[in-house]
Ligand binder design. Structure first.
Ligand SMILES: *Cc1c(COP(=O)(O)O)cnc(C)c1O
Length: 238
């Protein structure tokens, strides 16, 4: 028997516990199930256990999985839809498919990519919901815009008709220390507050993964992106 339903419940419980100890409403934290390297069966199992939002990093893998999961969905869960979030690095030749297939993109770090996504977002779909990825821990991670460029990027995205800027996202350097984890997440929250004080409307902080979601929730995460705690250890060799 698969462990996905129990794992999912355990993750929901720890989100609720972390939220309560931060005096936050557990409902203010959305769980994004990161299904990369796992197949459509795993997605459908999680969906049957009540999960609706899924995160993917690799475009081709994601598209194959979405096609299979969406084809089975009307049988497994009639009338229900899944929400798909792109959370991987974006190459400019992949923007069209991302704009056509995803509901959210968390990993915008350049204006040029945002521009392409806006131009390529089909008119019959709701605007693409996007987050700016910020490089919080400096040299450790190479992805993400520099904090000092965030305001300029946010202002540029605000003018793009087919994108809705929702917030900031970061993948801080992994640390065993809760204090260090909180410092990185706090920096992202403070940057978000700074942008809001400059007139940028933001309601999302996408931060925290399996190993550090408690610290992220303590610092105000509104979306936690959790993979291995739900689906198990990833095997990239497959
Ligand atoms: C893989 C991945 C996750 C999930 O990581 P886990 O440690 O398995 O929870 C979250 N966010 C991003 C951007 C990822 O690439």
């Amino acid at each position: 028997m698969s462990a996905i339903p129990q794992n999912l419940q355990a993750v929901r419980d720890s989100i609720a516990t972390a939220a309560q100890s931060a005096l936050r409403d557990p409902q203010s934290v959305t769980l994004l199930a990161v299904s990369k390297t796992f197949g459509p069966d795993a997605v459908l199992e999680a969906a049957l256990a009540g999960q609706r939002a899924f995160g993917e990093n690799y475009l081709q893998e994601a598209i194959d999985k979405m096609d299979a999961a969406n084809a089975a969905l009307p049988v497994v869960l009639p009338g229900q839809l899944l929400e798909w979030h792109f959370i991987g690095p974006i190459q400019s030749n992949k923007t069209r498919a991302i704009a056509e297939r995803f509901d959210w993109v968390h990993t915008i770090e350049r204006e040029k990519i945002a521009q392409r996504l806006s131009e390529q977002r089909p008119p019959h779909l709701r605007p693409l919901q996007v987050c700016l990825q910020i490089n919080i821990s400096g040299e450790a991670s190479k992805s993400g815009a520099l904090p000092q460029d965030a305001l300029m990027l946010a202002r540029a995205i605000a003018t793009m008709p087919r994108l809705t800027l929702r917030g900031l996202m970061a993948i801080p350097e992994a640390s065993e220390s809760l204090a260090q984890q909180r410092t990185s997440f706090r920096q992202l929250r403070e940057l978000s507050e700074q942008l809001q004080s400059q007139g940028i409307e933001l309601d999302t902080l996408s931060m925290g993964m399996s190993a550090d979601m408690q610290a992220a929730i303590a610092e105000g995460a509104t979306i936690v992106r959790v993979g291995s705690a739900i689906f198990g250890k990833r095997d990239y060799a497959k």
